[in-house]
Write a protein that binds this ligand. Structure first.
Ligand code: ATR
Length: 275
Protein backbone atom coordinates (compact mmCIF):
# COMPACT_ATOMS: atom_id res chain seq x y z
CA UNK A 1 0.00 0.00 0.00
CA UNK A 2 1.23 3.49 -0.84
CA UNK A 3 2.42 5.18 2.36
CA UNK A 4 1.14 8.70 2.96
CA UNK A 5 2.87 11.71 4.50
CA UNK A 6 1.81 15.36 4.69
CA UNK A 7 2.57 18.92 5.56
CA UNK A 8 -0.13 20.82 7.43
CA UNK A 9 -0.33 24.60 7.63
CA UNK A 10 -2.76 27.46 7.11
CA UNK A 11 -2.36 28.65 4.40
CA UNK A 12 -0.31 25.89 2.77
CA UNK A 13 -0.78 26.16 -1.01
CA UNK A 14 2.68 27.70 -1.62
CA UNK A 15 4.59 25.03 0.32
CA UNK A 16 7.65 23.60 -1.44
CA UNK A 17 7.76 20.58 0.87
CA UNK A 18 5.68 18.30 -1.41
CA UNK A 19 8.19 18.94 -4.20
CA UNK A 20 11.09 18.00 -1.92
CA UNK A 21 9.64 14.84 -0.39
CA UNK A 22 8.00 13.52 -3.55
CA UNK A 23 11.34 13.98 -5.35
CA UNK A 24 13.11 11.91 -2.68
CA UNK A 25 10.41 9.22 -2.65
CA UNK A 26 10.69 8.89 -6.40
CA UNK A 27 14.47 8.90 -6.55
CA UNK A 28 14.77 6.35 -3.72
CA UNK A 29 11.98 4.16 -5.16
CA UNK A 30 9.79 4.42 -2.07
CA UNK A 31 6.10 3.72 -2.65
CA UNK A 32 4.72 6.81 -0.92
CA UNK A 33 3.20 10.22 -1.52
CA UNK A 34 3.40 13.52 0.32
CA UNK A 35 0.61 16.09 0.19
CA UNK A 36 0.02 19.61 1.47
CA UNK A 37 -3.13 19.76 3.59
CA UNK A 38 -4.72 23.00 4.72
CA UNK A 39 -5.83 22.61 8.32
CA UNK A 40 -7.50 25.56 10.07
CA UNK A 41 -6.37 26.05 13.69
CA UNK A 42 -9.74 24.93 15.09
CA UNK A 43 -9.50 21.68 13.12
CA UNK A 44 -6.07 20.66 14.41
CA UNK A 45 -7.30 18.38 17.27
CA UNK A 46 -9.54 16.50 14.80
CA UNK A 47 -6.58 16.13 12.44
CA UNK A 48 -4.57 14.56 15.26
CA UNK A 49 -7.40 12.06 15.83
CA UNK A 50 -7.22 11.24 12.13
CA UNK A 51 -3.46 10.68 12.52
CA UNK A 52 -3.98 8.29 15.44
CA UNK A 53 -6.21 6.17 13.20
CA UNK A 54 -3.12 5.42 11.11
CA UNK A 55 -3.83 6.98 7.73
CA UNK A 56 -0.34 8.56 7.52
CA UNK A 57 3.19 7.50 8.46
CA UNK A 58 3.91 11.03 9.54
CA UNK A 59 4.30 14.55 8.30
CA UNK A 60 5.44 18.10 8.75
CA UNK A 61 3.87 20.95 10.63
CA UNK A 62 4.28 24.55 9.60
CA UNK A 63 2.94 28.01 10.43
CA UNK A 64 0.75 28.56 12.43
CA UNK A 65 0.54 25.07 13.98
CA UNK A 66 3.99 24.35 15.42
CA UNK A 67 3.18 25.27 19.03
CA UNK A 68 -0.36 23.84 19.06
CA UNK A 69 0.90 20.57 17.54
CA UNK A 70 3.54 20.36 20.26
CA UNK A 71 0.74 20.43 22.84
CA UNK A 72 -1.31 17.78 20.99
CA UNK A 73 1.46 15.16 20.60
CA UNK A 74 1.15 11.95 22.63
CA UNK A 75 4.91 11.69 22.94
CA UNK A 76 7.75 14.13 22.31
CA UNK A 77 11.42 14.04 21.51
CA UNK A 78 12.83 15.49 24.77
CA UNK A 79 15.16 17.66 22.66
CA UNK A 80 12.23 19.84 21.60
CA UNK A 81 10.79 20.37 25.09
CA UNK A 82 12.66 23.62 25.54
CA UNK A 83 11.42 24.84 22.17
CA UNK A 84 7.73 24.21 22.75
CA UNK A 85 7.24 23.66 19.01
CA UNK A 86 7.36 20.69 16.61
CA UNK A 87 7.80 20.61 12.83
CA UNK A 88 7.83 16.83 12.32
CA UNK A 89 5.37 14.13 13.39
CA UNK A 90 5.72 10.36 13.30
CA UNK A 91 2.73 8.06 13.80
CA UNK A 92 3.28 4.68 15.43
CA UNK A 93 0.86 2.28 17.11
CA UNK A 94 -1.91 4.87 17.24
CA UNK A 95 0.30 7.50 18.85
CA UNK A 96 1.69 10.73 17.49
CA UNK A 97 5.33 11.47 18.32
CA UNK A 98 6.72 14.93 17.68
CA UNK A 99 10.17 16.34 17.11
CA UNK A 100 11.77 19.45 15.65
CA UNK A 101 14.29 19.35 12.82
CA UNK A 102 14.39 23.11 12.23
CA UNK A 103 17.50 23.67 14.31
CA UNK A 104 19.36 20.89 12.51
CA UNK A 105 18.21 22.47 9.23
CA UNK A 106 19.58 25.83 10.29
CA UNK A 107 22.95 24.34 11.26
CA UNK A 108 23.38 22.08 8.24
CA UNK A 109 22.48 24.91 5.88
CA UNK A 110 25.27 27.03 7.33
CA UNK A 111 27.64 24.03 7.31
CA UNK A 112 26.98 23.69 3.58
CA UNK A 113 26.90 27.39 2.67
CA UNK A 114 29.52 28.81 5.04
CA UNK A 115 31.83 26.00 6.17
CA UNK A 116 33.58 26.77 9.44
CA UNK A 117 30.84 29.19 10.55
CA UNK A 118 30.71 27.73 14.04
CA UNK A 119 34.46 27.48 14.67
CA UNK A 120 34.62 30.89 16.19
CA UNK A 121 31.29 32.60 16.73
CA UNK A 122 31.33 36.19 17.87
CA UNK A 123 28.20 37.63 19.44
CA UNK A 124 25.58 36.52 16.87
CA UNK A 125 22.80 39.01 16.11
CA UNK A 126 19.29 37.68 15.54
CA UNK A 127 16.73 39.97 13.97
CA UNK A 128 13.31 39.00 15.33
CA UNK A 129 11.94 37.46 18.51
CA UNK A 130 9.17 35.12 17.29
CA UNK A 131 9.00 31.34 16.98
CA UNK A 132 11.71 31.22 14.32
CA UNK A 133 14.07 33.21 16.56
CA UNK A 134 13.51 30.70 19.37
CA UNK A 135 14.47 27.89 16.99
CA UNK A 136 17.67 29.61 15.88
CA UNK A 137 18.54 30.43 19.47
CA UNK A 138 18.21 26.75 20.30
CA UNK A 139 20.44 25.85 17.35
CA UNK A 140 23.13 28.30 18.47
CA UNK A 141 23.10 26.92 22.00
CA UNK A 142 25.39 24.02 21.21
CA UNK A 143 28.05 26.28 19.72
CA UNK A 144 29.33 28.33 22.63
CA UNK A 145 28.20 31.43 20.83
CA UNK A 146 28.85 33.80 23.70
CA UNK A 147 26.42 36.64 24.16
CA UNK A 148 23.58 36.49 21.63
CA UNK A 149 21.91 39.75 20.66
CA UNK A 150 18.21 39.77 19.83
CA UNK A 151 17.07 42.83 17.92
CA UNK A 152 13.33 43.23 17.64
CA UNK A 153 10.89 45.90 16.53
CA UNK A 154 8.86 45.27 19.68
CA UNK A 155 11.59 45.44 22.30
CA UNK A 156 9.48 43.78 24.98
CA UNK A 157 9.46 40.49 23.04
CA UNK A 158 13.26 40.52 22.88
CA UNK A 159 13.34 41.24 26.60
CA UNK A 160 11.13 38.25 27.25
CA UNK A 161 13.69 36.03 25.47
CA UNK A 162 16.47 37.69 27.47
CA UNK A 163 14.66 36.87 30.72
CA UNK A 164 14.37 33.22 29.66
CA UNK A 165 17.98 32.89 28.43
CA UNK A 166 20.91 34.10 30.50
CA UNK A 167 23.15 34.61 27.46
CA UNK A 168 20.70 36.77 25.48
CA UNK A 169 20.62 40.55 25.44
CA UNK A 170 17.62 42.47 24.12
CA UNK A 171 17.70 45.39 21.72
CA UNK A 172 15.59 47.43 19.37
CA UNK A 173 16.75 48.43 15.90
CA UNK A 174 18.26 51.66 17.18
CA UNK A 175 20.90 49.57 19.01
CA UNK A 176 22.08 47.81 15.83
CA UNK A 177 24.82 50.36 15.12
CA UNK A 178 26.48 49.75 18.49
CA UNK A 179 26.42 45.93 18.41
CA UNK A 180 27.08 45.37 14.68
CA UNK A 181 30.88 45.83 14.89
CA UNK A 182 31.13 43.04 17.51
CA UNK A 183 29.46 40.21 15.58
CA UNK A 184 30.40 37.79 12.80
CA UNK A 185 26.95 36.24 12.23
CA UNK A 186 23.74 38.10 11.37
CA UNK A 187 20.54 36.08 11.07
CA UNK A 188 17.18 37.38 9.92
CA UNK A 189 14.36 35.41 11.54
CA UNK A 190 11.63 37.99 10.84
CA UNK A 191 9.27 37.95 7.90
CA UNK A 192 10.94 41.09 6.52
CA UNK A 193 12.37 40.33 3.08
CA UNK A 194 9.35 38.34 1.96
CA UNK A 195 8.26 39.55 -1.45
CA UNK A 196 11.11 42.03 -1.55
CA UNK A 197 10.37 44.08 1.58
CA UNK A 198 13.41 45.43 3.38
CA UNK A 199 14.65 46.80 6.69
CA UNK A 200 15.01 50.52 6.92
CA UNK A 201 18.09 51.90 8.63
CA UNK A 202 20.08 48.69 8.94
CA UNK A 203 23.60 49.80 8.12
CA UNK A 204 25.46 46.67 7.04
CA UNK A 205 28.65 48.65 6.46
CA UNK A 206 29.13 48.47 10.24
CA UNK A 207 29.53 44.69 10.15
CA UNK A 208 33.07 43.25 10.24
CA UNK A 209 34.38 41.89 6.92
CA UNK A 210 34.21 38.26 8.09
CA UNK A 211 30.49 38.43 8.94
CA UNK A 212 28.16 35.76 7.55
CA UNK A 213 24.63 36.99 6.80
CA UNK A 214 21.81 34.47 6.56
CA UNK A 215 18.07 34.77 6.10
CA UNK A 216 15.29 32.31 6.86
CA UNK A 217 13.16 33.99 4.18
CA UNK A 218 13.61 32.32 0.76
CA UNK A 219 10.92 34.11 -1.26
CA UNK A 220 12.76 35.79 -2.98
CA UNK A 221 15.83 33.59 -2.80
CA UNK A 222 18.04 36.64 -2.49
CA UNK A 223 16.28 38.98 -0.08
CA UNK A 224 17.19 42.68 -0.06
CA UNK A 225 19.17 41.97 3.15
CA UNK A 226 21.25 39.28 1.43
CA UNK A 227 21.69 41.41 -1.69
CA UNK A 228 23.02 44.32 0.36
CA UNK A 229 25.32 42.00 2.32
CA UNK A 230 26.65 40.46 -0.88
CA UNK A 231 27.25 43.89 -2.41
CA UNK A 232 29.17 44.76 0.75
CA UNK A 233 31.39 41.68 0.14
CA UNK A 234 30.04 39.56 3.03
CA UNK A 235 29.40 35.81 2.90
CA UNK A 236 25.68 35.10 2.53
CA UNK A 237 23.58 31.94 2.95
CA UNK A 238 20.00 31.87 1.69
CA UNK A 239 17.02 30.32 3.46
CA UNK A 240 16.16 27.68 0.86
CA UNK A 241 18.93 25.45 2.19
CA UNK A 242 17.37 25.53 5.64
CA UNK A 243 14.11 24.25 4.19
CA UNK A 244 15.98 21.44 2.44
CA UNK A 245 18.10 20.51 5.43
CA UNK A 246 15.21 20.39 7.89
CA UNK A 247 13.40 18.08 5.44
CA UNK A 248 16.18 15.44 5.36
CA UNK A 249 15.94 14.21 8.97
CA UNK A 250 12.12 14.38 8.79
CA UNK A 251 12.14 12.05 5.78
CA UNK A 252 14.53 9.75 7.63
CA UNK A 253 12.12 9.55 10.59
CA UNK A 254 9.32 8.30 8.34
CA UNK A 255 11.19 6.05 5.92
CA UNK A 256 14.48 5.23 7.65
CA UNK A 257 16.44 6.59 4.69
CA UNK A 258 18.51 9.77 4.84
CA UNK A 259 18.02 11.50 1.47
CA UNK A 260 20.50 13.86 -0.17
CA UNK A 261 20.24 17.53 -1.03
CA UNK A 262 21.34 17.34 -4.66
CA UNK A 263 21.99 20.23 -7.08
CA UNK A 264 19.13 18.88 -9.21
CA UNK A 265 16.66 19.09 -6.32
CA UNK A 266 17.82 22.59 -5.48
CA UNK A 267 17.41 23.79 -9.03
CA UNK A 268 13.90 22.32 -9.17
CA UNK A 269 13.02 24.33 -6.09
CA UNK A 270 14.58 27.46 -7.52
CA UNK A 271 12.50 26.99 -10.65
CA UNK A 272 9.35 26.55 -8.55
CA UNK A 273 10.15 29.75 -6.65
CA UNK A 274 10.25 31.68 -9.89
CA UNK A 275 6.59 30.90 -10.61
P1 ATR B 1 7.60 33.42 13.53
O1 ATR B 1 7.00 32.43 14.47
O2 ATR B 1 7.61 32.96 12.09
O3 ATR B 1 8.94 33.91 13.96
P2 ATR B 1 6.16 35.65 14.61
O4 ATR B 1 6.14 35.02 15.93
O5 ATR B 1 4.92 36.32 14.10
O6 ATR B 1 6.55 34.63 13.47
O7 ATR B 1 7.38 36.69 14.57
C1 ATR B 1 7.57 37.51 13.47
C2 ATR B 1 8.82 38.37 13.76
O8 ATR B 1 8.99 39.24 12.65
C3 ATR B 1 8.66 39.25 14.98
O9 ATR B 1 9.92 39.37 15.60
C4 ATR B 1 8.20 40.56 14.38
O10 ATR B 1 8.49 41.70 15.16
P3 ATR B 1 7.45 42.17 16.31
O11 ATR B 1 7.71 41.28 17.48
O12 ATR B 1 7.80 43.59 16.55
O13 ATR B 1 6.08 41.99 15.72
C5 ATR B 1 9.03 40.57 13.13
N1 ATR B 1 8.49 41.49 12.11
C6 ATR B 1 7.42 41.30 11.32
N2 ATR B 1 7.25 42.36 10.49
C7 ATR B 1 8.27 43.23 10.76
C8 ATR B 1 8.65 44.52 10.24
N3 ATR B 1 7.97 45.09 9.24
N4 ATR B 1 9.76 45.10 10.75
C9 ATR B 1 10.46 44.52 11.73
N5 ATR B 1 10.15 43.32 12.28
C10 ATR B 1 9.06 42.68 11.80
Amino acid sequence: MTAKAFVIGHPISHSLSPLIHNYWMQSLGIDARYDAIDVAPEDLPAFFDRLRRGEFVGGNVTVPHKEAAFALCDELDPACNELGAVNTLLVKNGKVWGTNTDDLGFQRNLDAGAPGWSDYLREPILLGAGGAARGVLHALRGHRAGPIHIVNRTREKAEQLARENFDVTAHDFADFASIAPRTNLLINTTSVGMNGSSFEDLDLSLLPDDTIVTDIVYRPLETPLLATARARGLRTVDGLGMLLHQARPAFDHWFRRMPAVTPELRSRLEAALEH
